[in-house]
Ligand binder design. Structure first.
Ligand SMILES: NC(=O)c1ccc[n+]([C@@H]2O[C@H](COP(=O)([O-])OP(=O)(O)OC[C@H]3O[C@@H](n4cnc5c(N)ncnc54)[C@H](OP(=O)(O)O)[C@@H]3O)[C@@H](O)[C@H]2O)c1
Length: 332
């Protein structure tokens, strides 16, 4: 497993990270969750991503149990704050109150004294940015997080936050956006702003939630046990990708993957890692075999001819509009 710097910081992260959205505490049983984390560790993944909100806060507990016997210094643990975690008026957003309470809840559930990266899971249009950044600065200065990141923030939002972080002497080093062969909305604005300001992307759903593995076929039922059959939450999230034109275009990538000696999943993960502003691809997995398949994308270089062939096939179904990077108008 190769490591990359997280943005322009000294922190090294495994270029393939493991995330537990939808799976831990929800879609998969504890045993499968622990087996996935074990496989990730055995394959050299050191970076783990979760959030306070995942599975109604249970995902952090599962990850904490899975990592409890590991050497803390050998891990980079990331979590997030913003989405609703309780019934109260202040149980969501990026107010000072919620940030201060949420970090303590996350650390308790994860069983760790600090996280390596604490991320704003969206932009909060109803809290002054200064208030949010000052709260993050206190989190860092109290030793509860080492670095600060954001997720799905626009270029303008990142540009507003960076000088505040600098003034407060905290390191704003990353953005966590959706990015895959099918969803490229960060390329036009977010990536250039991040390159300029020293932020790296830690990208989510690099396989479009499993669609880029080629396992969903147009006109057929989704495979048993897949995210598309998880009525608790996964099915709702993946539905937007399960369109015949997308699935037919993705199926045409199969011979390209074979020619390159890669599985479809490896091709998908390797593709996002070709972007030099990407610090890590966060993969999800419901089974350890998926982790073992996907990690082989680390270090793979895709040549220009292959990148062009992918673009030609996918062009009609790729989403590129930068205005699609946005946070809810109202707090959740
Ligand atoms: N910041 C944000 O707003 C945000 C949003 C979403 C996600 N994330 C982060 O990104 C992480 C990854 O997201 P994701 O889970 O959507 O990523 P993904 O890697 O695109 O999709 C993972 C899912 O695809 C299927 N899959 C993966 N590898 C496979 C393989 N080799 N063969 C067959 N199926 C395979 C599995 O689902 P099944 O086996 O169930 O089909 C797996 O759970 C999350 O855990 C979270 O940490 C962040």
């Amino acid at each position: 497993m190769k490591h990359r710097h997280l943005g322009r910081s000294g922190l090294l992260v495994s270029e393939i990270a493991y995330g537990n959205w939808i799976t831990h505490g929800s879609q998969v049983e504890e045993e499968a969750a622990l087996a996935c984390v074990r496989a990730a560790l055995d394959e050299g993944i050191t970076t783990f991503d979760t959030a306070d909100v995942y599975a109604g806060t249970r995902a952090e507990e599962v990850l904490g149990r899975a990592l409890k016997d590991e050497r803390r210094e050998g891990l980079e643990i990331f979590t997030k704050v913003y989405w609703r975690t309780g019934p109260g008026a202040n149980d969501s957003g990026l107010s000072r109150k919620h940030i201060m309470e949420s970090i303590d809840g996350s650390l308790r559930r994860l069983g760790t004294e600090y996280v390596d990266l604490y991320q704003a899971h969206r932009f909060d249009h109803h809290t002054p940015l200064e208030e949010t950044m000052e709260a993050f600065a206190d989190v860092v200065h109290r030793g509860k997080a080492h670095y600060i990141g954001v997720s799905e923030w626009s270029a303008a939002e990142i540009r507003a936050a960076k000088p505040l972080a600098d003034e407060l002497k905290i390191r704003l080093v990353s953005n966590q956006p959706q990015y895959s062969m099918l969803w490229r909305v960060i390329e036009a604005e977010v990536v250039p702003a991040s390159e300029e300001l020293g932020l790296g992307q830690i990208v989510w759903s690099p396989l479009a939630q499993g669609v880029l593995t080629g396992k969903y076929k147009a006109g057929q039922q989704p495979p048993a046990g897949s995210r598309a059959t998880d009525e608790k939450s996964g099915a709702g999230f993946i539905a937007r990708w399960l369109e015949d034109d997308v699935l037919n275009a993705v199926a045409r990538l199969q011979p390209l993957a074979e020619q390159a000696g890669l599985t479809m999943a490896q091709l998908g993960v390797a593709w996002v890692l070709q972007n030099p502003n990407v610090s890590a691809a966060i993969i999800g997995a419901s089974r350890p075999e998926q982790v073992r398949d996907n990690v082989k994308a680390s270090g793979v270089e895709l040549d220009a001819g292959l990148m062009k062939a992918i673009d030609e096939i996918l062009d009609p179904v790729v989403t590129r509009d930068p205005s699609l990077t946005s946070s809810p108008a109202n707090r959740p």
